[in-house]
Design a protein around this ligand. Structure first.
Ligand code: CA
Length: 230
């Protein structure tokens, strides 16, 4: 049974999330403040974290950043307020895989939870993939640990960074539109926000490019999308 950690200080939202997640067969854990949330995220090994932004003691962005800095790659969906447009980008930059704006429809939220957990399950069920070393870049995917190795140096990736990089690397030089990437990598063909793709690309470049401002591997095709170059 997949385990979802809910970090949210509004009791009513926690209750409705618990109700709907259990009905869909998920086990739930809850934390009503940021410190408790960070603690549970580290110790309870959840399969997915629903993370509110405004929390007592420690905010959602800080939790997200601390988890990623500690090498924890659990999928994180930020719960952001609709009026706080910047929160979406801040959350993704802090290492979240996705966000959903409040007030959200339960149907949309459950679809996102499923999409993120499904990918994780598929990834781990595939087991160690054959080495995908690309000698010209020295960039190797490490499917077990949501990481890559660049010239032998381990680069920790979040799940979505890993998914996006492996997807692009599988078809070098092929240009994918943001819509295609949202569909194939995030499993959404609806509610798509292109900034999700842009911010994840930016994060990836910061990790794998020598000069993220002049990327050599993940390139932008102006007006079209992104492509990978060996
Ligand atoms: Ca809150």
């Amino acid at each position: 049974m997949s385990k979802v950690l809910i970090v949210e200080d509004e009791r009513a939202i926690v209750e409705i999330l618990k109700f709907n997640l259990s009905r869909e067969g998920y086990e739930t854990l809850e934390a009503l403040d940021g410190e408790a949330g960070l603690q549970l995220a580290r110790t309870a090994d959840p399969d997915l974290i629903l993370l509110d932004v405004m929390l007592p003691k420690l905010d959602g962005f800080s939790i997200c950043r601390q988890l990623r800095e500690g090498g924890i790659s659990t999928p994180i969906i930020m719960l952001t307020a609709r009026e706080e447009e910047n929160d979406k980008v801040f959350g993704l930059e802090a290492g979240a895989d996705d966000y959903i704006t409040k007030p959200f429809s339960m149907r949309e939220l459950m679809a996102r939870v499923k999409a993120n957990i499904r990918r994780r399950t598929l990834d781990s069920a595939e087991g160690p993939a054959p080495s995908q070393e690309t000698p010209s870049t020295g960039l190797v995917l490490d499917p077990d640990g949501f990481a890559a190795r660049k010239n032998g140096v381990l680069v920790e990736l979040t799940q979505k960074e890993f998914d996006l990089l492996s997807f692009l690397m599988a078809a070098p030089d092929k240009v994918f539109t943001r819509e295609e990437l949202l569909d194939k990598v995030w499993n959404y063909d609806y509610y798509g926000d292109m900034r999700t793709v842009d911010v994840t690309v930016r994060r990836l470049r910061e990790k794998i490019e020598d000069d993220p401002g002049k990327p050599a591997h993940i390139l932008t095709k102006r007006g079209a999308g992104y492509y990978f170059v060996l």
